[in-house]
Design a protein around this ligand. Structure first.
Ligand code: GLY
Ligand code: MN
Ligand code: MN
Length: 444
């Protein structure tokens, strides 16, 4: 399985430190174990910012960067080796391992952080942290600063400024490196296989949860043990619930099935949606709505290129959806009138995409100085227009009600356009019908 090289982790830290102000310190804690119920824990998932800078996958750790510090700039607090705990919970790197294997300049036991960290903060003018993200950590940081303030009469110098590091850090995360794109491509390929498997498996009479199980199985057997987010398998009118995750209904003949599922691989997300008929044949109405969404998606992908802004793909999709809905008689008036009145929000109420990376809704500003961000090579995003016609919408003919369609792919901006990482999974009506009626392949 591909992973990020130590060299790249080191370059990320250097790039971040080069942007920090002189005489500053940055403190970024790891994730903690989270209780699911009573003493059962959720599977550990490292904090994305912490992992991005360290590659360290243990809880109860804290990264400290002190640019320009002669005795070492890259410091870590972490759990100590502990034979007893390691027998129960697994191997730990310990401070020695963190220095040796992760290249930290120095590392200390996390239990000693209250004694050691105030001394490292003391004398630095500015403290960078992700302010407001973790209230418990913010309190801890103020405790450390207060320890310094309590000693001012002995000459201790507390920091003057506190800055949020998120903006700088997330701007780095927004542009994906070759190594990151290679992992995201692998994640996308696994998710594509899972969607094909779901289409081949699905038929009226199976449960949404059974389709979900097929997807999870495909992720796992390909080395991606976890989904990047809760999988959505919505059949019939459930396809109109944007975040439907119950997945409890038995799929019926005539239903469309909307699956929004993507695996996480080496801490990178993929995010795919496909919509298909449970019985392998679209009805005329399903086909009409599906084709409008597909045309909108192609238009949005076409608008995803350097120089265009993050909003261009959305505008392209919106135009195609509004024209399509007017043609079908679901909206009245001209395209401009509908764009102006936002009448389309009854059918298309979300944006066309979001940044994608270590987090499925990845970090990075969408606007700079009030203007939509200009797309640059290395930015990864989803393209996911949809049309959802509420089963309760009495303003449209009954034949349209309860149809929900979304088509979602993952793309990376290249020098001349964009690369569709998830193109392995079919989306043309004819291809879907052929696959579901015994056709071969599905993966191209
Ligand atoms: N799966 C979450 C999303 O599409 O944004
Ligand atoms: Mn999705
Ligand atoms: Mn998405």
């Amino acid at each position: 399985m591909k992973s990020i090289s130590s060299k790249e982790f080191s370059e990320r830290r250097q790039r971040l430190m080069s942007q920090l102000e002189e005489n500053s310190i940055a403190i970024i804690p790891s994730a903690k174990m989270v209780i699911r119920n009573r003493d059962a824990e959720h599977q550990f998932r490292q904090d994305s910012d912490f992992y991005y800078l360290t590659g360290f996958n243990e809880p109860d750790a804290c990264l400290v960067l002190i640019p320009g510090r002669e005795q070492g700039e890259y410091l870590m607090f972490c759990r100590e080796r502990d034979r007893e705990r390691e027998i129960w919970d697994g191997y730990r790197q310990g401070p020695e391992g963190v220095v040796k294997k992760l290249g930290a300049d120095d590392a200390f036991p996390i239990d000693d952080i209250d004694e050691i960290l105030p001394g490292l903060i003391e004398g630095r003018t500015r403290v960078y942290s992700r302010m407001g993200a973790l209230p418990e950590f913010d309190r801890q940081l103020m405790d450390w600063v207060n320890q310094i303030k309590a000693k001012v009469r002995t000459g201790a110098v507390p920091p003057e400024d506190f800055s949020d590091i998120s903006h700088l850090l997330h701007d780095l995360r927004l542009i994906k490196s070759k190594q990151e794109i290679a992992i995201m491509r692998d994640a996308a390929k696994i998710s594509a296989k899972a969607h094909i498997r779901a289409m081949q498996y699905c038929k009226p009479g199976v449960g949404e949860y059974q389709v979900e199980a097929e997807i999870i199985h495909e992720f796992g057997t390909n080395g991606a043990r976890f989904p990047a987010y809760s999988s959505i398998v919505g059949s019939g009118k459930n396809a109109c619930i944007l975040h439907y995750v119950e997945n409890t209904k038995i799929i019926e003949d005539g239903d469309l099935v909307l699956i929004d599922a993507g695996c996480e691989l080496s801490l990178y997300a993929s995010d795919i949606t496909r919509t298909f008929p449970a019985n392998g044949r679209f009805t005329d109405e399903q086909k009409a709505i599906y084709q409008v969404v597909l045309d909108a998606q192609y238009a949005a992908i076409d608008a995803t290129r350097p120089g265009n802004t993050f909003n261009h793909p959305h505008e392209a999709a919106l135009n195609a959806i509004v024209s399509g809905l007017i043609e079908l008689g679901l909206l009245q008036g001209s395209v401009d009138e509908n764009l102006e009145s936002e009448s389309y929000k009854e059918f298309f109420m979300h944006r066309t995409g979001h940044w994608l990376g270590m987090d499925v809704h990845d970090v990075g500003d969408y606007k700079l100085g009030g203007e939509w961000r200009v797309l640059e090579p290395g930015m990864a995003l989803t393209i996911e227009p949809g049309i959802y016609i509420s089963p309760d919408n009495k303003d449209v003919e009954e034949k349209w009600r309860g149809i929900g369609v979304r088509i979602e792919d993952d793309v990376v901006v290249t020098k001349s356009g964009c690369d569709v990482l998830t193109e392995d999974v079919i989306k043309e009506i004819s291809e879907i019908e052929a696959l579901m009626n015994g056709g071969q392949g599905g993966l191209f």
